[in-house]
Design a binder for this molecule. Structure first.
Ligand code: PLP
Length: 411
């Protein structure tokens, strides 16, 4: 079944990431290397920044990738903005909220958290009340919490932060390019994403954007740094060299001050992934994710599989199902992978063993994949003795696709 000399099998990846990379992206990544000061390379950087602004729905001056996976972007933003003792509010509703807390704690922030049961999201009022109480410098929050499949509404929180001079940074790793993320309209000061989810690119970069409110802090910290001796222990300089946003900004800015060596092949891939997004259009892309979610959910329900979590705040690109009684979730995943080449995801923390997570992100989010995962899951559940409504799932999903085809044909 392998198609490369690396003996790597072809998989249908229906997890919340990494997902299948768009073939156009993989081809782009084999483009020959050019030097980082080649005028063509500078064009490539500029085009990527413009395309990122489109994807982030922002007019911010700054939008560029950090080299490293998504958490490199989260860490770059947090370690560049948080100074020791700064109050940071982190509402946590799943695994990735804890990651934000962990990173912020390494920046020696004074951390205040709010926690929700896994499977739910915060009422914006709860977060606003906490902001009034804590008066933080920064709120850091996850948009799409892939560990539970829930989507946190951000607009009201963003507006409140702006009106009250509090900064807000958002982990949109799992949502950008698949679910609406309105950086400017929702008053988000910084938004961070990753490449291996809805952008349809392999993992290895963390695109982010931030506005002048964040830039002001970067500038102030730089001034302090210049005024101090290089070896002062009393420094509020940004601890990390690699993740120092002010230096990386200078590298992406018009002066192109050298920082690291840009990850050339990743950049080819990211640009191509972003071009695909622009060609498809964000609206059409969100609609596509919704359509395939509809077919998937309808198919699962017809099969008789129970969904997990608050339905009102479900992410369109992650669908969590309860593991049927008496079956081990590892057996389901192993059978899907071994016999069908289909990968779905296990769960973390309190949900481990209780739910399975099906992703429908980016290039993986297409009809043949949805139908394949439904068919393979039904066969697997039957194999392990679960009670399912045989044959219903695929017919229901097909019905949804046919309806849409007919609608399109009549328009
Ligand atoms: C996948 C994911 C991350 C992962 O970060 P990586 O460094 O790319 O592994 C962070 N946050 C959320 C919400 C995610 O879904």
């Amino acid at each position: 079944m392998s198609y490369t000399d690396l003996d790597t099998p072809m998989r249908t990846i229906m997890t919340p990431g990494p997902v299948e990379a768009d073939p156009r992206v993989l081809r782009a990544m084999t483009t020959p290397i050019i030097g980082q000061f080649d005028p063509k390379f500078l064009e490539l950087m500029n085009e990527t920044m413009d395309l990122l602004k489109y994807a982030f729905q922002t007019n911010n001056k700054w939008a560029f990738p950090i080299d490293g996976t998504s958490r490199a972007g989260l860490e770059a933003l947090l370690c560049s903005v948080i100074e020791p003792g700064d109050k940071v509010l982190i509402p946590i509703f799943g695994r990735f909220g804890y990651l934000l807390q962990e990173i912020a704690s390494r920046c020696n922030a004074e951390i205040h958290t709010l926690e929700k049961e896994w499977g739910e999201v915060f009422d914006p009022e709860e977060v606003i009340e906490a902001i009034k109480r804590v008066k933080p410098k920064l709120v850091v929050i996850v948009h799409g919490e892939t560990s539970t499949g829930r989507l946190q509404p951000l607009e009201e929180i963003g507006r409140f932060c702006r009106e009250n001079d509090v900064l807000i940074a958002v982990d949109a790793v799992a949502t950008l390019g698949g679910i609406d993320v309105r950086t400017d309209e929702w008053c988000l000061d910084a938004v961070i994403t990753g490449t291996q989810k809805c952008l349809g690119v392999p993992s290895g970069m963390a695109p982010l954007t931030y506005n002048e409110r964040i830039e002001k802090i970067l500038k102030a910290r730089k001034k302090i740094e210049r005024g101090l001796s290089e070896f002062s222990s009393n420094s509020r300089r940004i601890q990390s060299n690699y993740l120092d946003l002010s230096q990386i900004q200078d590298y992406w800015g018009p002066d192109r001050l050298n920082h690291h060596t840009e990850a050339t092949s990743m950049l080819y891939g990211l640009r191509e992934g972003l071009r695909v997004i622009k060609e498809e259009g964000l609206k059409a892309r969100f609609k596509r994710h919704k359509l395939h979610e509809k077919a998937l959910v309808a198919g699962l329900e017809a099969m008789g599989v129970a969904l997990f979590g608050d339905t009102e705040h479900k992410m369109t690109n992650v669908t969590c199902i309860k593991v049927p009684e008496g079956i081990k979730e590892e057996d389901i995943r192993r059978t899907l992978l071994e016999h069908f080449g289909v990968e779905i995801a296990a769960a973390f923390g309190p949900l481990k063993g209780q739910i399975l997570r099906i992703g429908s992100m980016g290039y993986s989010c297409r009809k043949e994949n949805i139908l394949k995962v439904l068919g393979a899951l039904e066969a697997t559940l039957i194999k392990y003795g679960a009670k399912v409504n045989r044959g219903e799932a695929l017919q229901t999903a097909l019905g949804i696709y046919e309806n849409v085809d007919q609608l399109a044909a009549t328009v």
